[in-house]
Design a binder for this molecule. Structure first.
Ligand code: ADP
Length: 492
């Protein structure tokens, strides 16, 4: 048998209180009587009444005020208000509170029972609806929780099994997550490193160099990481909005190996080609000495010599590039850049004159001496000034300037040639790359700027271009005054 509903009566001592009590008990309700506010609070806390019937005045307080306060604490408890006299103000108060109903004299037993039953029926309906809603919401939350749990565990599996090393850091570079590949690469214990600053945990100098780089606003930075056992990683440090940063690293050992084999092959082939070419040139020069040549024969011999010269300079470029990339460019001495630049301009004077170019030079006085390899610096100036001449239209101007700023020397050469399309600009420093707007008739191998960039970076400097198609190009080279040879950092 279900437990009977408990009706809590909070009314002043009066005959009506007893009438209500009797009437309700007669129809099998349980009743509890609260004679003051304290008792009311106690019963509400200890028993679970199904309905509160409260007098308009109770224990010196407004019944409506008590009901308003209790509504906050017991939102599902239905209320009935008993009033001696129904006044408009009271009805407004009842409506504002959304109370379930009221009782007012003259009262008969049936009126009391009917009002209580109506009120309970409504409350049960609301209760059932609420229970159903709660069940529905709980089920949907459970489903969502299951989905997000499945999602989370799928992501965790991916994170733990990817071959690349991944570490997630917050804004202060404290480790939030680290995957097993990263732990293996640096010998870390995932359990103990989470929550610690990455710079305390990963002490590899290449990683420190990457994490502490301040010279770039590039949101995507990378650095090669060389391990003592010969492995090489390509590490990136990337901003992640709202989280912090990601440190990722791919194993590029096999790519480095392929690159080394390729370079060695190019080096060997170039080297082996040089000797036969020297003898071809030598014999082509001797031909004329052993007997007279007619005009056509002389022209053909001339063409052979031009072609051999072209191949020889290509081979020399390849051999140069190979030895700079292999880190063999370590010679350093104090060099006066001004002298080298003037030498380059003098050497190129023939080409300048033949294209009727005006070259304006602005060399700041008192330039500091650079610790550099003078032969390599000459190659840099020869290539960049040579390109400016080569790509300039006849009878145009070239500006060359060099000045010092805070322990570095800044060199700039500006021409008014065809310019370089924006999409080609990032690639012109790659080997064999020639921009799309240059006719194939213009001589060149696409190796010059690759050599220049390697030399500049080997001197711990930077090179970049600013260019507008149809207007011209400016190449900038910044070299530190006192730089040691850079660690080999071959770009793949
Ligand atoms: P190349 O032998 O083709 O001149 P470089 O490596 O010196 O090779 O230059 C690579 C490419 O960059 C060139 O083919 C050309 O497209 C572009 N370039 C270099 N310098 C200039 C310049 N001053 N004006 C326009 N384009 C240039």
């Amino acid at each position: 048998m279900p437990k009977p509903d408990l009706i809590l009566l909070a009314l002043e001592e009066s005959s009506i209180l007893y009438l209500m009590d009797r009437a309700l008990r007669a129809v099998q309700y349980e009743t509890a009587i609260a004679r003051d506010v304290e008792a009311l609070g106690k019963i509400l806390k200890e028993a679970t009444p199904s309905l509160l019937l409260i007098g308009e005045k109770f224990d010196g307080h407004e019944g409506l005020r008590i009901a308003r306060e209790l509504q906050g604490r017991f939102p599902t408890l239905p209320f009935l208000l008993y009033t001696e006299k129904l006044k408009p103000d009271l009805i407004r108060g009842l409506l504002q509170l959304g109370l379930s109903g009221y009782l007012a004299p003259p009262l008969k037993t049936d009126d009391i029972v009917e009002a209580v039953e109506n009120c309970l029926r409504n409350a049960h309906r609301v209760g059932d609806w609420l229970r159903k809603e709660v069940k529905r919401t709980t089920a949907s939350l459970q489903k969502r929780a299951q989905i997000s749990e499945a999602e989370r565990s799928r992501l965790e599996t991916v994170f733990n099994n990817i071959h690349d090393s991944v570490m997630i850091l917050n804004q202060d570079n404290v480790i939030l997550l680290v995957n097993p590949a990263m732990c293996r690469a640096f010998g870390l214990n995932a359990q103990t490193v989470v929550g610690k600053p990455v710079l305390e945990i990963v002490t590899h100098p290449d990683v420190i160099a990457l994490l502490t780089r301040t010279d770039t606003n590039d949101p995507f930075q990378y650095h090669e990481v060389s391990f003592p056992d010969g492995r090489v990683g390509n590490a990136q440090f990337t901003d992640i909005q709202g989280v912090g940063h990601a440190l990722t690293m791919q194993d590029i050992t096999y790519l480095k190996e392929v690159d080394r084999i390729r370079s060695e092959f190019v080096h060997t082939v170039s080297h082996d080609l040089r000797s036969p070419l020297t003898s071809v040139i030598g014999y082509s020069e001797l031909v004329e000495r052993v007997g007279p040549l007619n005009e056509t024969q002389r022209e053909f011999i001339g063409r052979i010599q031009d072609s051999i010269q072209h191949i020889t300079s290509l081979i020399n470029d390849l051999l140069d590039l190979g030895s700079i990339e292999a880190g063999r460019d370590t010679h350093r001495e104090f060099v006066q850049v001004e002298g080298i630049l003037r030498y380059t301009i003098n050497m190129l004077d023939g080409q300048i004159k033949s294209k009727q170019l005006k070259v304006q030079t602005e060399i700041a006085p008192g330039l500091p001496a650079l610790r550099a390899n003078p032969i390599r610096l000459r190659q840099v100036f020869d290539n960049v000034v040579g390109n400016a001449i080569k790509y300039s239209p006849l009878d145009s101007e070239i500006q060359i300037s060099i000045h010092a700023e805070e322990n570095q020397v800044i060199f700039q050469v500006t021409d008014h040639g065809p310019g370089i399309p924006a999409s080609d600009q990032p690639r012109i420093f790659d080997k064999f790359y020639r921009a799309a707007n240059i006719s194939s008739e213009v001589e060149g191998s696409g190796l010059g700027l690759a050599i220049v960039k390697n030399i500049v970076e080997n001197h711990q400097g930077r090179i970049w271009v600013e260019s507008t198609v149809g207007k011209g190009s400016s190449f900038f080279i910044v070299l530190p005054v006192n730089a040691e040879p850079a660690k080999t950092m071959r770009r793949l």
